[in-house]
Design a protein around this ligand. Structure first.
Ligand code: PLP
Length: 281
């Protein structure tokens, strides 16, 4: 197959990363995962904008325009005859002799390729289980950094417990999941952590917020406690690849009546309509 590599589309075997790429050595880079439905990217502009915002936060200048990157993606989707899958897009600082200091001149390494991925339709219907664990990551969670060790270690706690996701808390306040944003429904109102340095402001999170605004459904971007979460009427997670997944059990205890709630299912329907509107069937 073909991949995006430094401004070109090349054969996958031709895209080779140098041992002194700072992405490889320092995790010095940023990325995006973009959902492709029926060959069409969903919320592409939002993802590209966030890639540039992440790059700026790490003092990296992307040597391509947003239009150039968009064109590369569209070109790749065409050449690969893409259907429903995920696009992984990463830009790392580039290749330079190992030294913590950010070099003044270095040219970033850009890669992009398609990964298989179907919609988690069963999970959407039945919901999944989660564990709660302390958020031991850093304070740069707003940057979509390729340094993901904290997330990897948190996810291990979930999979070790036979669960889908690890829900993280800082001093008793729920931040987000290891690779998802977390939402609570209490008395018909939705709650999710505010977009600050303690969470990644998910594109799916932002899409859900716009759906709530448009449909005049009440919500608050406010932190809520572990105890509130445990006593929530409904719980769900959002992410690009997972969309909206009900969480029906946390640490072995049922949430609400242990089945996906009405508000969650309503949002799933609204989100589905967004996908169809933007990407067709
Ligand atoms: N929070 C974290 C830590 C993530 O890694 C992700 C996605 O990978 C999300 C939230 C969800 O973001 P998005 O909806 O943009 O996929």
């Amino acid at each position: 197959g073909k991949v995006i590599f430094n401004g070109h589309i090349v054969d996958r075997e031709k895209a080779i990363i140098h041992i002194e790429d700072r992405g490889f050595q320092f995790g010095d880079g940023v990325y995006e995962v973009i959902r492709i439905y029926n060959g069409k990217p969903f919320t592409l502009k939002e993802h590209i904008d966030r890639l540039y915002a992440s790059a700026q936060k790490i003092y990296m200048e992307i040597p391509y325009s947003k239009q150039e990157i968009t064109d590369l993606i569209i070109n790749l989707l065409e050449q690969e005859n893409a259907s429903t899958c995920n696009l992984y897009l990463q830009i790392s600082r580039g290749v330079v002799p190992r030294n913590h200091v950010i070099p003044e001149t270095v040219s970033p390494t850009l890669i992009g390729y398609l990964m298989p991925g179907t919609r988690p339709v069963d999970l959407m219907k039945t919901g999944g289980k989660a564990v709660i664990t302390e958020d031991l990551r850093w304070h740069y969670c707003d940057i979509k950094s390729i340094s993901l060790l904290g997330a990897v270690l948190a996810k291990k706690k979930a999979t070790d417990a036979g669960c889908l996701e690890a829900i993280l808390h800082r001093d008793g306040i729920i931040t987000e999941g290891s690779s998802t944003n977390i939402w609570m429904v209490q008395n018909g109102k939705l709650f999710t952590h505010p977009a600050n340095q303690f969470i990644l402001n998910g594109i799916t999170r932002q899409k859900v917020i716009s759906l709530l605004d448009f449909n005049q459904l009440p919500y608050e971007e406010t932190g809520f406690t572990v105890e509130q979460l445990q006593n929530a009427d409904e719980l769900f997670l959002t992410s690009t690849t997972m969309e909206i997944i009900p969480i029906v059990e946390v640490d072995g205890v049922k949430i609400g009546n242990g089945t996906p709630g009405d508000v969650t299912r309503k949002l799933q329907t609204l989100f589905e309509q967004e996908i169809e509107h933007e990407c067709g069937h």
